[in-house]
Design a binder for this molecule. Structure first.
Ligand code: ZN
Ligand code: ZN
Length: 339
């Protein structure tokens, strides 16, 4: 990695879903996490299972991380934020550096509606504040480890994660009309959420009900652009965000696998699982059409469900030769300037 090197992406983890996947003996992918490397800085998008370890495997350290972006607060995207925050007390060795920026959704503002199939009113976790945003999520997970952290802070004189990581909730422009339940992904233009000397990062709302807000991110650099969809169903906002980008990492679900795994039409839970995935995630055909309509240089599918090896996905991509598309493995390096 050098100041003069071209920017690139490392796919730290490429599996979607709150699972440790096991499927027909195939190899298992790490949880979703992507490193955008620009000059001497690393920008992480999402912290799925194993993200911190994968970052080290890719040859980086926490001193290299300038900022972390969370697409949304589902556990498969933030489970390793805990280890990153706790281990930052030792992994950040450059004590003169600025805090790592942590940027993600704000408080949802309202609970999702209860399912019509609920037999009684569900009881929420953390009744007084049941939908924390990024700032409160980080604070609470750090506070849950107070016994450990206070020992490090008092006895070993290590920094608190709350000083090492500066969390911010994204403020959605009011004019957009966002409502978590009624209007989670209105048509809108991307808006800037972070900027430094190397990158400008823009966000847009995507469609991932009932999770809201959920964002996709775009990184613009002097030497190329990359867009990361987060979790989303097909939405025209992704076409707006990805317009003419060099590289689009889009989530994808293997519908052939979904239909075979949850085939029983008489099972309410199989029907509910199929319906959730169909309204909250993107098929391979739709990911291809977004890439084509946005005019991106290259499409890479990730957040794979199932999160194992991907012969079926690669076969489906091969049937659509009009778009340059790949299914990366964990720790693959993808250049931004690939046209
Ligand atoms: Zn996910
Ligand atoms: Zn999700």
């Amino acid at each position: 990695m050098s100041e003069t090197g071209k920017p690139y992406v490392v796919t730290l983890g490429t599996a979607g879903g709150p699972r440790w996947w096991r499927y027909q003996g195939q190899s298992v992918r790490a949880g979703i996490s992507t490193a955008v490397v620009v000059g001497d800085a690393v920008y992480l998008v999402d912290c799925g299972y194993g993200a911190g370890r994968q970052l080290i495997q890719a040859g980086f350290g926490f001193n290299d991380v300038a900022a972390i972006f969370l697409t949304h607060l589902h556990s498969d995207h933030i489970v390793d934020l805990t280890s990153i925050a706790l281990f930052s007390t030792y992994e950040i060795t450059d004590e003169s550096r600025n805090p790592i920026a942590l940027i993600g959704p704000g408080d949802r503002g309202a609970l999702p509606h209860a399912s019509p199939h609920a037999k009684s009113e569900p009881r929420p976790v953390s009744e007084r504040a049941p939908t924390p945003g990024t700032v409160d999520t980080l604070t609470r997970l750090v506070e849950a480890h107070a016994t450990d952290l206070n020992e490090r802070i008092f006895d070993s004189l290590r920094p608190s994660p709350l000083d090492a990581i500066a969390a911010q909730d994204i403020v959605i422009p009011e004019s957009v009309g966002f409502q978590p339940n009624e209007n989670p992904s209105p048509d809108m233009a991307p808006f800037v959420v972070y900027e430094d000397a190397r990158v400008k990062v823009s966000a847009i709302l995507v469609e991932h009900p009932p999770m809201a807000p959920a964002f996709g991110y775009r990184f613009d650099t002097d030497n190329g652009s990359v867009v990361i969809s987060g979790d989303t169903a097909y939405t025209s906002n992704m076409i707006a965000l990805a317009e003419n980008a060099d590289l689009l990492l889009h989530e994808a679900i293997d519908l052939e696998w979904l239909m075979s795994k949850f085939a029983d039409p008489s099972s309410p839970s199989a029907r509910a699982t199929r319906s959730h995935h169909e309204r909250s995630h993107t098929s391979i055909a739709d990911a291809i059409s977004i890439a084509r309509d946005a005019g991106v240089g290259q499409l890479a599918l990730h957040h794979l469900v199932p999160g194992t090896s991907a012969p079926s996905l690669r076969k489906q991509l091969a049937a659509e030769p009009r778009v340059r598309a790949i299914v990366p493995d964990d720790l693959d390096v993808l250049p931004l300037c690939s046209r």
